[in-house]
Design a protein around this ligand. Structure first.
Ligand code: 16G
Ligand code: MG
Length: 566
């Protein structure tokens, strides 16, 4: 380690005094102007992680669905997964070290993790379309270079594309070619093969309106479009040519406001979808003949996918163990449908992609989705081999089903939830099954629900268990929630401290919207009273802005990822 050079370059990416940040569920995220030093240091950390794992490590510069002025960074581990938890702690320590302590922290990490500093390092870098992203990714490169790491800068990429690149590079190209072209070819080939087998053709099934949140998804989908145009025609909206990133559009806006994005004309029964700002989330929606808006969220996407996979397995005659992973936010109707009608086992984990991904790896086939539209399906290596064999050896109908499954496996991005890949999977399934968007929506009816936020002095006084469905502290809170829930039919409620904002989140569902609203309000009051509420007491009724789950991630001082020490 050339400590002299590190000190010299670090001074060019100086840390603002007193700024403290935390590597949260989605890496570091805050106002772009506070991130230069973090980027440089994440370049350094990526080199250490690469040396330790003897693998390529990814660094993605993005703040996903946050406002355009924000930015963020996250590291991608060797198999395309999120950074290991112990390294999240190193990331936080390194980002917060004052200039004079930087060297010591770097040496500490290297020693603790037994990093062989002589080992070669390779880092790949991607960025979204934010105005600040290019300069910030240059700071990452400075960090990589000063520690002697090699790098490849992919430039503009969706987050899941960067995860894909890392996965490809660390599996000797078995997963695919580590180029944007390779990604387009792999997915499109599988998609075109699948849709060729669809018996129903015609425009109704094959055209789709896509809201790209004025982000990177538009650029990449436009590049990719001609590869799969035989199977699907996409019409892009909010493609970044005029609007602001994530402003009044995108998956997060549509999901949290339960209304269509601005800038998209929707005729009744037209199939539409929205990506988020870095294209790792997707939700679908349509207007019915009466002009009512219907949202099809991650829960319904998981249901469509797992039902289809299960049907294929039955057809092939394989009894593989398939599981669906959700979080506490999954609508109760979806869980009931999966367990009781589909007879698919459902598991619940804590919020945050890494928890779902990890759980899904336990199955032959693990399908995971958060209600907000982030998810994918994972297939064990043994399953992939078995299906490949079946596609060659079986006869007729069984062979056809095995071939379909083989293509579906190729169409999923198994490194991370991916809006483009999920969209193509969904479109293929709808075409193959001849389902309209309304028929898909009619699989089950969502229970009315409400989400609220409560301000408390210190949200850490709330701790939870049972995948965030029960509060352990403060004393009396869970008992209060239990008593409130008993008052309503088909009801459920939970509270959890947010991982991205300085608030406590409240979720309630019940047999009617009125009951869900009442229950959410009463639970908010219990949180306010028992967990040290501050400011105005929660009022009955709700303001649109308060209902959003994870909508406003602008981190002012004192919020989850950033606070300033005096
Ligand atoms: C992050 C997570 C997302 C989760 C959300 C919850 C990743 C890549 N993203 O955006 O999965 O739904 O946080 O936010 O893990 P909350 O803790 O503020 O409710
Ligand atoms: Mg995202």
């Amino acid at each position: 380690m050339d400590l002299g050079a590190i000190t010299k370059y670090s001074a060019l990416h100086a840390k603002p005094n007193g700024l403290i940040l935390q590597y949260g569920t989605a890496g570091f995220r805050t106002k772009a102007e506070h991130l230069d030093h973090v980027m440089f240091r994440m370049g350094l950390l990526a080199v250490l992680r690469s040396k330790q794992t003897k693998s390529t490590i990814g660094v993605m510069v993005t703040a996903s669905h946050n406002p355009e002025e924000d930015n963020g960074v996250k590291l991608v581990d060797p198999l395309g997964e999120m950074l290991a938890p112990s390294w999240e702690e190193h990331a936080t320590c390194l980002a917060n070290a004052e200039e004079q302590d930087m060297q010591r922290v770097l040496i500490d990490i290297s020693e603790k993790e037994a990093v062989n500093l002589q080992q070669d390092a390779f880092v790949v870098i991607g960025r979204d379309t934010r105005p600040s992203s290019e300069k910030l990714s240059q700071s990452v490169i400075d960090g990589v270079t000063v520690l002697g790491g090699q790098f490849h800068d992919y430039g503009l990429l969706t987050t899941p594309q960067l995860h894909y690149m890392v996965y490809c590079r660390n599996t000797g190209g078995r997963y695919g070619k580590a180029t944007v072209e390779g990604y387009y070819q792999k997915l499109s080939k599988a998609f075109v093969e699948l849709t060729k087998q669809a018996s129903c053709s015609g425009d109704e099934y094959r055209s789709l309106k896509v809201d790209c949140a004025n982000g990177i998804g538009a650029l990449k989908l436009r590049e990719m479009e001609h590869y799969f145009s035989q199977g699907l025609s996409v019409q892009l909206f909010n493609d970044g040519s005029k609007g602001k990133l994530n402003h009044l559009c995108g998956a997060d806006f549509v999901k949290s406001h339960q209304k269509p994005p601005q800038g998209m004309e929707i005729k009744s029964n037209e199939r539409c979808c929205s990506f988020d700002g870095d294209a790792d989330r997707i939700v679908y929606y349509y207007h019915d003949a009466d002009g009512h808006f219907h949202l099809i969220d991650g829960d319904k996407i998981a249901t469509l996918i797992s039902s289809f996979l299960k049907e294929l397995l039955v057809e092939i005659g394989e009894s593989l163990n398939i599981g669906v992973v959700q979080t506490a936010y999954a609508n109760g109707s979806s869980t009931r449908y999966l367990e009781e009608v589909m007879k698919v086992p459902v598991y619940c984990t804590k919020t945050g992609v890494k928890h779902l991904h990890h759980k899904a790896q336990e199955f032959d086939i693990g399908v995971y989705f958060e209600a907000n539209g982030h998810g994918t399906a994972l297939f064990s290596t043994a399953v992939e081999m078995k299906i490949k064999q079946s596609a060659e050896q079986l006869e007729d109908k069984k062979r056809k089903a095995a071939k379909m499954l083989e293509n579906i496996i190729d169409l999923f991005n198994q490194a991370a939830g991916d809006a483009i890949s999920d969209m193509l999977v969904i479109e293929a399934i709808l075409a193959l099954k001849g389902l309209t968007v309304q028929q898909w929506d009619a699989l089950y009816t969502d229970l009315p629900n409400r989400q609220l936020k409560v301000q408390v002095a210190d949200r850490r006084v709330i701790s939870t268990t049972n995948a965030e469905r029960q509060a352990v502290t403060p004393p009396g809170l869970q008992e209060a929630i239990n008593d409130l829930v008993k008052k309503y039919k088909l009801s459920r409620a939970f509270v959890r401290p947010s991982g991205t904002e300085d608030v406590v989140r409240v979720y309630a569902e019940a047999d009617s919207q009125e009951s869900a609203d009442h229950l959410a309000h009463e639970v908010s009051l219990a949180v306010f009273q028992l967990a040290g509420g501050i400011g105005e007491r929660p009022q009955p009724g709700y303001k649109a802005a308060e209902t959003t789950h994870n909508i406003n991630n602008a981190f002012g001082p004192g919020t989850a990822n950033e606070h300033t020490v005096p």
